[in-house]
Design a protein around this ligand. Structure first.
Ligand SMILES: Nc1ncnc2c1ncn2[C@@H]1O[C@H](COP(=O)(O)OP(=O)(O)OP(=O)(O)O)[C@@H](O)[C@H]1O
Ligand SMILES: [Mg+2]
Length: 268
């Protein structure tokens, strides 16, 4: 597999470590990722991650805010904890929506952040946010989260196609639960704790995700796939996609932080 640019690698490793460096006088940017699986808040100081915190979500389904109050409570809790830790007030943020959902649903993400105490909220789509971290010039950004697969095709650094499909880590959990006779709640941690046992069972589910990627990149088969999002963090998943689609695949450490960091980079 091709090597990841050092700058992107270091950024993600730093984000995962949550360096907590002093922020006196630094420009702070806050990103809020209202995901299906988890709600993540990232604070950048002069572009470097100083805080990454998350809470289980349960407030979103298919990219839509289904439990507004719960989403607000999660974001407010994350914001207040970050303010306490950094000793400063955080009033501006960016948040993101899955590409191709109706405008009204996308704006609900803004309202959640406003209700959680942010005065000024910028809105980007998740794939554009992932691209802000990865800076792919010619390639496909694939964000496979808990519930959906977002795909953005870049040529010469410009977005030429953007789409998404249902299907992500939650669907892999369903496959695993059915095959191993586990409850859905047990399947998710099993997948992370026993990846080498889970992977063979998950191959058909991964091929289904691959088929979605294939359908959303017709005419762009020459471009490498860059994998963001948590669902394909299971070791070997990138190889399954690469072999099945016969395409070059680039994987990243802590891929589930790619989109949240990019959202923060989009913040005012
Ligand atoms: N180490 C891991 N191995 C396998 N799967 C993982 C791992 N870590 C997280 N996941 C899976 O990644 C998914 C969550 O990814 P992510 O945080 O990108 O989703 P999300 O942003 O909440 O969802 P969406 O973008 O679809 O709204 C979950 O299905 C989780 O089970
Ligand atoms: Mg996501």
């Amino acid at each position: 597999m091709p090597a990841v640019a050092d700058s992107v690698h270091d950024l993600l490793v730093e984000a995962a470590a949550g360096s907590g460096a002093p922020t006196d006088g630094a420009r702070l940017q806050v990103g809020v990722d209202l995901g299906t699986a988890s709600c993540v808040l990232v604070v950048l100081a002069d572009g470097r991650p100083v805080r990454v915190d998350s809470r289980p979500s349960g407030a979103l389904a298919d990219g839509v805010v289904v439990d507004f109050a719960r989403a607000v409570a999660s974001v407010r809790g994350l914001r207040e904890a970050a303010q306490d830790a950094l000793g400063t007030s955080l009033t501006r943020a960016a948040t993101a929506y899955p590409p191709c959902i109706p405008t009204a649903d996308a704006r609900a993400c803004t309202f959640v952040c406003e209700a959680a105490g942010f005065d000024e909220v910028a809105l980007v789509d998740e794939v554009t946010a992932a691209q802000r971290t990865l800076d792919v010039r010619d390639g496909v950004v694939v964000d496979v989260g808990g519930g959906s697969t977002g795909v953005g095709v870049y040529r010469d650094g410009a977005l030429v196609r953007l789409d998404d499909r249902a299907g992500g880590g939650h669907h892999l959990d369903l496959v695993l639960a059915g095959a191993l006779g586990l409850s859905l709640e047990d399947a998710e941690p099993y997948k992370r704790a026993h990846p080498s046992e889970a992977l063979p069972v998950l191959v058909p589910g991964l091929q289904r995700i691959a088929e979605n990627v294939r359908a959303l990149t017709v005419g762009h088969e020459d471009l490498p796939l860059h994998l963001a999002g948590g669902a394909l963090m299971i070791p070997g998943a990138g190889d399954v996609l690469a072999g099945y689609l016969e395409r070059t695949v680039v994987t990243y450490p802590h891929a589930l932080l790619i989109t949240p960091v990019g959202i923060a980079r989009s913040a005012p």
